[in-house]
Design a protein around this ligand. Structure first.
Ligand SMILES: Nc1ncnc2c1ncn2[C@@H]1O[C@H](COP(=O)(O)OP(=O)(O)OP(=O)(O)O)[C@@H](O)[C@H]1O
Length: 263
């Protein structure tokens, strides 16, 4: 379980997050939403240990994140941030193998290579494994990075959950791969030790797949709960400032006004 308690983050006198507390458990798909600048990436970076909060604690399996070494944390937590670029040329399979670095002592083993192959298969990358990563399309690159972070946490550690933190993973994907990824995440969650948290912008995809939504605005928590509880016209209006016509276009079907039948 991943528990964030009383997280406040301040940079250059600006409060990016104010007193956020969340608890993310295995088996459910957790989605973080909110307008641009709401603090979603900041929260995910703090959860991943890439940024230190001004106050508050982050605990993995009941243990403070500050007690983990970088390598120890990397062995159980895969994090995908918004920008993933490589400045140099590598084959696709070499990029995926980078995910195994926290586990490798010396040279990669046959097991490391097998995990990478299996992760690549999951994202339909078998035929691209020898391609130069830099020659790939945006969506193909995104899938390579999914395979990399999944290869990183492929095997179950003996006494810990595994954690997957994905910041806007759908950005470069077409609608087929968007739905495919979301379904794959749901399937992965059947492995009982996996905790998945995803930052999303798409209200319809969140409405279809999220088990729990945290809605942020100006660094504050506006709502947290089931998709029916959080994706309401009132909350959407409050944080996204849409007019009523546009709200009707974006709110999930279960909050749409009943249509009038003409018999
Ligand atoms: N080092 C910093 N100094 C000052 N402000 C910062 C710093 N880092 C981030 N911010 C600001 O904090 C706010 C939250 O940023 P964050 O990236 O967490 O938002 P977000 O919800 O992920 O937004 P988006 O949907 O646009 O990706 C933004 O207004 C951003 O400009």
């Amino acid at each position: 379980m991943l528990v964030l308690s009383g997280i406040t983050c301040v940079k250059n006198d600006k409060v990016l997050l104010k007193d956020i507390s969340v608890q993310w458990e295995p088996g459910r798909l957790y989605v973080v939403m909110g307008p641009n600048g709401a603090g979603k990436s900041t929260l995910l970076k703090i959860a991943a240990g890439q940024l230190r909060p001004a106050s508050g604690t982050v605990m993995y399996d009941g243990r403070l994140i500050t007690d983990f070494s970088v390598k120890e944390l990397a062995a159980i937590r895969g994090a995908l941030s918004q920008q993933q670029e490589l400045a140099f040329s590598l084959k696709v399979r070499e990029v995926v193998l980078m995910g195994r670095y926290p586990h490798i002592r010396g040279k990669p083993t046959l097991t490391d290579e097998r995990y990478c192959r299996e992760a690549m298969e999951l994202f339909g990358l078998e035929n691209l494994s020898e391609r130069d990563y830099l020659s790939l399309s945006g969506g193909e690159k995104q899938r390579v990075h999914f395979a990399r972070v999944l290869a990183q946490i492929w095997e179950r550690p003996p006494n810990s959950c595994r954690y997957l933190l994905l910041d806007e993973p759908l950005t470069f994907l077409d609608v087929y791969y968007q739905f495919r990824l979301m379904r794959q995440l749901k399937t992965l969650l059947q492995q009982q030790d996996l905790v998945i948290v995803v930052v999303l912008h798409d209200l319809h995809i969140a409405a279809r797949f999220a088990d729990n939504i945290l809605l942020l605005h100006n660094g504050r928590m506006v709502a947290q709960g089931s998709r029916e509880e959080v994706l309401t016209p009132a909350y959407i209006q409050q944080v996204y400032q849409l007019d009523s016509e546009d709200i009707t276009a974006v709110i999930p079907v279960y909050h749409q006004p009943k249509s009038v039948s003409h018999s």
